[in-house]
Design a protein around this ligand. Structure first.
Ligand code: ATP
Ligand code: LTN
Length: 327
């Protein structure tokens, strides 16, 4: 049996090049080597309030973006989390083996709860639901960006704790991070992770941004007070631009050093902008084609859910038996 891969994205905000380089690009790279499930995690999205009509539209947008990036629905399952009720069911069982202290320590919880006036308890439970997503399918590999590494460690801890309490039940998954651009930083502030919930005008390059907007955002990116690229002494803004270029181009560290050392920042930004635009143009073309056929998209999501539901239901059944629940 091929090792199973599971990963997902929240249908919130606009997907950006951080989501692409940190996660989506790697999904496409490994999709034929493993049995892959790529999820749109709408139940995670509602841990903070979402406008219902906007959420419904976003779910389809994310599915179309997965396909536009090159995910092959013949070989991979693309599915919406809430279409498979086993996610919520397993989440409860895992909640009961997860100490509160483990959840309160999560940096994403601390950061997101600091921004809200009133915190829904779903925000605290968020990583348990994520563990359920992964453990439900006995996934061995989870390709994500670096910001999710702590949640993956927690998933491993929850799996191990369940296994030691109730007997070997779950595969303990491994995290797979990209070697370049595992954490793309905000272009307006390279000390902050590029994030779809950030509001700054020049913060992110959206995957659906038109070329002019991409050029503008990158040309305005924060650098440092040096005039030109000097790699060992470059500040975080310059390093960020170089790694965006490297991840899109596939160049080695040596090639990047040779190409960019001594280049003025204005010229560096022009090259980065053109590299990003060259990659996003065909992607955006495919996106337009896919969204022109909503029935096709709906069929893919239905097939995805139908394909994975038996695996998920099987795991829930085993977990119930192990815990002594009524089956
Ligand atoms: P939000 O800011 O709304 O929490 P996000 O931009 O972090 O959203 P998610 O849906 O949480 O996006 O993440 C989807 C995937 O993209 C995850 O695998 C995550 O690790 C990855 N990712 C998100 N931001 C970045 C980034 N700046 N650099 C690299 N990978 C990222
Ligand atoms: N929390 C993740 C999204 C997510 C996920 C998952 C990623 C939910 N369930 C399971 C990998 C595996 C995020 O990127 N914010």
């Amino acid at each position: 049996m091929r090792t199973r891969v599971f990963s997902g994205m929240q249908p919130t905000g606009n997907l950006h090049i951080g989501n692409y380089l940190g996660a989506l690009k790697n999904w496409v790279r490994i999709q034929h080597d493993y049995e892959c499930i790529f999820c749109i995690v709408d139940l995670h999205a509602v841990t903070v309030y979402q406008d219902p009509a906007a959420l419904r539209a976003k779910i389809l947008e994310i599915a179309a973006l997965y396909l536009a990036a090159g995910i092959d629905p013949k070989d991979c399952s693309i599915m919406v989390q809430s279409a498979v009720p086993a996610h919520t069911e397993l989440s409860w069982m895992l909640t009961c083996v997860t100490p509160l202290g483990w959840l309160e320590r999560m940096t994403q919880f601390k950061a997101k709860s600091a921004k809200q006036e009133s915190i829904g308890s779903g925000l605290l439970q968020y990583p348990v639901l994520m563990a359920a997503d992964i453990l439900l399918y006995q996934a061995g590999i989870v390709p994500v960006g670096e910001d999710q590494a702590q949640h993956l460690e927690l998933t491993r801890d929850i799996a191990q704790r369940f296994n030691s309490l109730y007997g070997d039940t779950f595969v303990v998954p491994n995290t797979s991070l990209p070697t370049v651009a595992a954490r793309v930083m905000g272009l307006d502030d390279p000390t902050q992770k590029m994030s779809k919930s950030a509001t700054g005008l020049n913060h992110a390059v959206g995957l659906l941004d038109p070329p002019d907007k991409i050029r503008k955002t990158i040309m305005r990116a924060t650098t440092d007070s040096n005039p030109a690229v000097d790699i060992p002494n470059a500040g975080p803004g310059v390093i960020n631009l170089l790694s965006i270029y490297q991840a899109f181009s596939g160049a080695t560290d040596e090639e990047i050093k040779a190409q960019f050392t001594g280049l003025r920042y204005g010229d560096l930004k022009k090259l980065v902008a053109e590299m990003v635009i060259t990659h996003l143009e065909p992607f955006q073309q495919r996106y337009r084609e896919i969204t022109a056929d909503p029935a096709y998209l709906a069929a893919i999501l239905r097939e995805g859910a139908e394909r994975v539901a038996p695996i998920a239901n099987d795991t829930v059944h085993t977990v119930k038996q192990r815990m002594g629940l009524y089956t």
